[in-house]
Design a protein around this ligand. Structure first.
Ligand code: IDP
Ligand code: MG
Length: 150
């Protein structure tokens, strides 16, 4: 089963959307593997967004992600990386499809509510950066057989 890393960013937390976003992922059939609520340090923010260093929006992105607490999570499922990116929608909320989190709750690219890993390598490295091995919970869910075909 594939794992992916997800953040409800500071705007999502401040606007009371943690539950809404978790509900959408749960309803989709994805399985929660790990979660923590934390204030992101400058160091963690810089490591997480290292790929964007040097881009014009880098400074405001670091400021955004460190501005207030976030909800960091790992979700698991068949094609979890693609499924979560689809549920979140395009980076720019005005280009995100109706029914996605970024469309339904956002307007601006710099306040787009969530982060989700964009591929298997980034998912693996982001999970390792944000969580220790013993924080990842391996479990079976009663509904798994109704969500995941053999
Ligand atoms: P993603 O979050 O959809 O994967 P990325 O291109 O990885 O999008 O960018 C990371 C984050 O940086 C975005 O979610 C958004 O918050 C911010 N960002 C990306 N491009 C811009 C921009 O042009 N202006 C302001 N913020 C941006
Ligand atoms: Mg990205």
């Amino acid at each position: 089963m594939e794992k992916t890393f997800v953040i409800v960013k500071p705007d999502g937390v401040q606007r009371g959307l943690i539950g809404e976003i978790i509900a959408r992922l749960e309803r989709r059939g994805l399985r929660l593997t790990a979660a923590k609520f934390l204030q992101v340090s400058q160091e963690l923010a810089e490591k997480h967004y290292a790929v964007h260093q040097g881009k014009p929006f880098y400074g405001s992105l670091i400021q955004y992600i460190t501005s207030a607490p976030v909800m960091a999570m790992v979700w698991e499922g068949v094609d979890a990386i693609a499924a979560v990116r689809q549920t979140m929608g395009a980076t720019k909320p005005t280009e995100a499809a109706p029914g996605t989190v970024r469309h339904d709750f956002g307007l601006m690219i710099g306040r787009n509510l969530t982060h989700a890993s964009d591929g298997p390598e980034t998912a693996a490295s982001e999970i390792l950066l944000w969580f220790s091995e013993d924080e990842l919970v391996t479990w079976q869910r009663e509904s798994d057989r109704w969500v995941f075909e053999d």
